[in-house]
Design a protein around this ligand. Structure first.
Ligand code: GDD
Ligand code: MN
Length: 376
């Protein structure tokens, strides 16, 4: 029989003074023996979390503290996991939060799934059958969380996984090395999705274990607007990097933008008012985009339904795209009257493009279910 693999918990902390000592006490109590190590990746928390962790480490040599300047959750994880794989010789890494949202007792189930040898990654999942989120979460918060997850699944191509943003996972060292975690450059919470994407691409076998995600009792979340923005950008970036269809779509969109802005400038030069020239130029680019998308970007898709229905869908999506783009233009014009209109017209393309791709790809040009396996 081989010796059980060495497990290192990697726990990032920022201002968790009220949680860190109870958490370490609980973890070291649950997971005794030399098999386990615990690495706290603290970013010099002003509330003294790091000091408390170091004090705890003095009484238990299995506890380690890594300190650094604060650059976000992802950055802390990259440093923490690299240290666990390197200096601490971990064969399994368990990532989890310090605020008791993840029940320390559940980690054992995740590790067991890896020990069985049938998986490289075991996710403590809120969205798999049997998993749940604290009853106190508001409808809006639930919507944001599941919306982010859907975005990761549908846009970034992580559909096989139910909880893509989970921060509770057991990860086998070879899979982490294959995914080249040390090269991840995202700073914030987008880390979870980027890591998962890399793991899947490297061929990792992923399983999900249902968990109950409790609301923290002490301290507050560190999730900020910057994290949301970085998350949103990365979901699309991941898609771009792995999907030829998206590259074609982006090129189509780029040429459409040229058509849009070129005709806008031309119409203005002809003396047309900007509030009339704007929707006309948008409409022209929509027609241009449809032709390119239909005969090039999505040309290899086997699509269900009749062409006429597709035409109707496309018109509806276009109408909404036009409305969204034009509304953005009108709002920007009102807010920034001094800026050259063509810049604002350009900015108005961005949200419309994301929206347009989403609907056209998953609705208008949706592939026939199964049978048609040409995905890229
Ligand atoms: N070192 C370090 N640096 N730690 C950080 C930082 C940072 O910049 N930001 C957050 N942390 C630590 C927190 O102290 C906590 O232990 C853990 O990371 C999770 O942070 P929370 O602020 O409690 O995250 P959350 O509860 O909002 O988000 C949870 O759910 C998300 C999905 O909905 C986390 O599990 C996320 O990882 C997960 O993506
Ligand atoms: Mn939390």
């Amino acid at each position: 029989m081989t010796a059980p693999s060495k497990v290192c918990f990697v726990i990032p902390t920022y201002n968790e003074a009220q949680n860190i000592t109870p958490m370490l006490r609980r973890l070291t109590g649950l997971y005794g023996g030399a098999r386990f190590a615990f690495l706290i990746a603290d970013d010099d928390s002003p509330d003294g979390t790091g000091k408390l962790a170091r004090e705890f480490a003095e009484s238990d040599p299995r506890v380690h503290v890594l300190r650094g300047a604060r650059r976000g959750l992802g950055d802390a994880y990259v440093r923490g996991i690299s240290h666990a794989l390197g200096a601490l010789g971990a064969e399994v890494v368990v990532q989890m939060d310090a605020d008791f949202s993840h029940d320390p007792a559940d980690a054992g189930k995740l590790i067991a799934r890896l020990d069985e040898g049938a998986a490289d990654v075991a996710i403590g999942s809120r969205y798999t059958e049997g998993g749940a989120i604290d009853a106190s979460w508001s409808g809006l918060r639930r919507l944001l969380s599941s919306g982010g997850n859907q975005l990761a699944r549908r846009v970034a191509g992580l559909a096989p996984v139910r909880d893509c943003t989970a921060g509770f996972k057991a990860l086998a060292a070879p899979a982490l090395r294959a995914a080249r975690v040390g090269e991840i450059r995202v700073q914030g919470y987008a880390f979870q999705v980027v890591l998962l994407h890399r793991l899947l691409r490297a061929g990792a076998r992923v399983v999900e274990e249902p968990i109950y995600f409790r609301e923290r009792e002490h301290g507050s979340t560190k999730l900020g607007m910057r994290d949301l923005f970085e998350f949103f950008c990365n979901v699309w970036w991941l898609r771009l990097s792995s999907r030829r269809t998206f590259i074609k779509f982006a090129l189509t969109g780029l040429s459409g933008a040229v058509v849009n802005l070129g005709s806008f400038e031309a119409l203005l030069a002809l003396g047309m008012h900007k509030l009339i020239a704007s929707p006309l130029a948008i409409e022209l680019s929509i027609i241009w985009n449809f032709l390119l998308n239909n005969y090039w970007t999505f040309a290899d898709r086997v699509m269900p339904g009749r062409k006429r229905v597709r035409g109707l869908k496309f018109n509806l999506v276009s109408l909404l795209t036009l409305a969204l783009s034009y509304a953005t233009f009108v709002m920007l014009s009102a807010a920034l009257p001094e800026t050259r209109p063509v810049w604002l017209q350009g900015c108005a393309i961005l949200p419309a493009m994301a929206f347009n791709y989403f609907l056209n790809s998953s609705w208008t040009f949706r592939e026939a279910a199964r049978g048609a396996q040409k995905r890229t």
